[in-house]
Design a protein around this ligand. Structure first.
Ligand code: GNR
Ligand code: NI
Length: 167
């Protein structure tokens, strides 16, 4: 097991499009374990591989209150969207900032599990929001992209300042 380093906005590597996983092997399962450990340690309710500088279409989520329901989604595809919900979002790659984002309230997602087997699930609420947030990461998209340009620029400036002080 290992804790992975999380990239921070506006790192350009967060803008890369991630590549589908071809085969779910032990190396991928090791990555899933390390991502889960990193997510729980942060703590966060989700993590996408590009946030830890791996441009593969892999996400992990756990929105359960006790943090005892880890889910691994490989090559996730959202196949249907229903309803609208506004939720305050944060991101481990944009620490310290939280803003309201509008998402679908309910989605159907198709993915491969850690066993490499395809599965489908219909989810709603926080889990649906989290999976939409994570799949966005795989396409180089961040929650700040849903904000006004003024808000996004303000966040970017503050993040750049933080980085200068931590170097
Ligand atoms: O930990 C996280 N919390 C969160 C809260 C509301 C909506 C989305 C999220 S995901 C975030 C972890 C993260 O950055 N995943 O990419
Ligand atoms: Ni995020």
């Amino acid at each position: 097991m290992a804790l992975l380093h999380i990239l921070h906005y506006p790192d350009p590597r967060l803008r890369l499009i991630s590549t589908p996983v071809v085969s779910v092997d032990d190396e991928i399962r090791q990555l899933l374990d390390d991502m889960l450990e990193t997510m729980y340690a942060a703590p966060g309710i989700g993590l996408a591989a590009p946030q830890v500088n791996v441009t593969k279409r892999i996400i992990v989520v756990d929105t359960s209150p006790k943090g005892d329901d880890p889910r691994c989604l490989i090559n996730p595809e959202i196949v249907s969207y229903d309803g609208v919900e506004v939720m305050e979002e944060g991101c481990l790659s944009v620490p310290g900032f939280h803003e309201n984002v509008e998402r679908a309230q309910q989605i159907k997602v198709r993915a491969l599990g850690r066993d490499g087997e395809p599965f489908e699930m219909e989810v709603e609420g926080i889990l649906a929001v989290c999976i939409q947030h994570e799949t966005d990461h795989l396409d180089g998209k961040l929650f700040v992209d849903y904000l006004s340009e003024i808000k996004r620029n303000r966040i970017q400036k503050k993040m750049e300042k933080q980085r200068r002080f931590s170097m």
